[in-house]
Design a protein around this ligand. Structure first.
Ligand code: KQY
Length: 367
């Protein structure tokens, strides 16, 4: 049985590794709710299956699927993808799944955060979220990985680490009163240190314009490796994304990381701007209390929302005008990995992208 530990990762010598470190595999959740995903989630299921297929060329993928969708998912997904039954409220394992940790001996443990659907009853995207909140624990149980139950409400997409002591995040999300209203900056910093084993936090102000997560870092800025950050960028000074990216660029350029290094910043062009079409909006069920998905909605599209798996970068293809330029820049940032593009507009229509629908489990060293 999986142990729930009463200590904290920092006191036990555990830290969150970089996504670029070796993986045991990748976790995903299967989309099906019709008030997030148009046309009964069929186009989204095809996109998720394509992401799973691409990753499974490089490492093990586990797709967690509700009982009613098990047979369908098993038939749609390639044989190499392991399909297990698990209930959830939607399909964002980056955010409701565990954050895996490692220690110097190569032992793996996991942090199980509290989850409130990106803002609870006040500004969350749906209710209830009780099944999502149990996903972290269920994944750790399946893998028999020891669990730290963190008191913080936190989504995995709101933090980005370099595995070397540094964490990137935004004030817009982590200091939002709809996450942990009783905690101030110093208390949140202390908890991140305890549960992720980091010693330096670089605070950016805001996430990507109109991002329904309220500022997730994984759509704005990501580590390619320690000392190198990829940033969502536009040169259009009239675009509302411009001041956000400029501010982030200035903060990153002035920052030093936990090891005292200056950061190199690689700018990835913003796709679009992209908007939800009438036809795309028409396919989404309207349900009271759920995030509306209306025609004309500006989508929080970003190439930064890529996923690193063993030997590859799985990047979202979002806009024919910018896909090739972005792929080229990503390839230059990751010279030793294959860059694999997957059509990702269907995922974007649900409010996130490839990084948001995946969660890495680091490779444990046998003892
Ligand atoms: O940014 C992410 N990590 C997830 C996006 C979730 C969107 C929910 N509709």
């Amino acid at each position: 049985m999986t142990r729930t530990l009463a200590t904290t990762p920092a006191t036990d010598g555990f830290r969150m590794p970089g996504e670029f470190d070796p993986h045991q595999g990748t976790w995903m959740l299967w989309p099906e709710r019709p008030d997030t995903w148009r046309w009964g989630a069929k186009p989204a299921q095809a996109a998720y299956a394509e992401v799973a297929r691409a990753i499974s060329e490089f490492e093990r993928v586990t797709m967690c699927v509700s009982p009613g969708q098990f047979a369908n998912a098993r038939q749609v997904l390639p044989e190499a993808v392991r399909v297990v039954e698990m209930t959830s409220n939607d399909a964002w394992v980056r955010d409701c799944g565990p954050s895996f940790l490692i220690n110097d001996a190569g032992e793996v443990r996991g942090v199980d955060w509290r989850f409130n659907a990106w803002g609870g009853l006040e500004s969350g995207l749906y209710s209830p979220w009780d099944q999502d909140d149990m996903v972290g624990q269920k994944i750790l149980e399946l893998e028999n990985v020891a669990r730290y139950a963190a008191p913080l409400i936190l989504e995995g997409g709101s933090i980005e680490v370099d595995g070397d002591g540094t964490l990137l995040t935004t004030r817009e999300c982590l200091l939002n009163h709809d996450r942990n209203p009783d905690l101030g900056l110093a208390e949140i910093e202390a908890q991140l240190g305890e549960y992720l084993g980091i010693s330096k936090i670089i605070w950016l102000e805001k996430g990507v314009y109109n991002d329904e997560t309220e500022g997730h870092i994984d759509n704005l800025a990501r580590f390619a490796r320690p000392g190198v950050v990829m940033l969502d960028w536009t040169d259009d000074t009239t675009d509302p994304q411009y001041p956000i990216s400029l501010d982030a660029f200035q903060r990153l350029s002035q920052a030093t990381d936990a090891r005292g290094r200056k950061l190199e910043v690689i700018k990835l062009p913003q796709p679009g701007p992209l908007h939800m079409t009438q036809d795309e909006s028409r396919g989404v069920d309207v349900v009271e209390g759920t995030q509306p998905r209306e025609a004309g909605l500006r989508l929080a599209a970003s190439y930064v929302n890529f996923y690193l798996c063993n030997g590859a970068v799985i990047m979202p293809l979002l806009d024919e005008r910018t896909d090739a330029v972005a792929a080229d820049l990503i390839q230059r940032g990751f010279p030793d990995r294959r860059v694999v593009g997957v059509a990702a507009r269907e995922i974007l229509l649900g409010g996130g992208d490839i990084h948001c629908i995946t969660q890495q489990q680091p490779l444990a060293r046998r003892r």
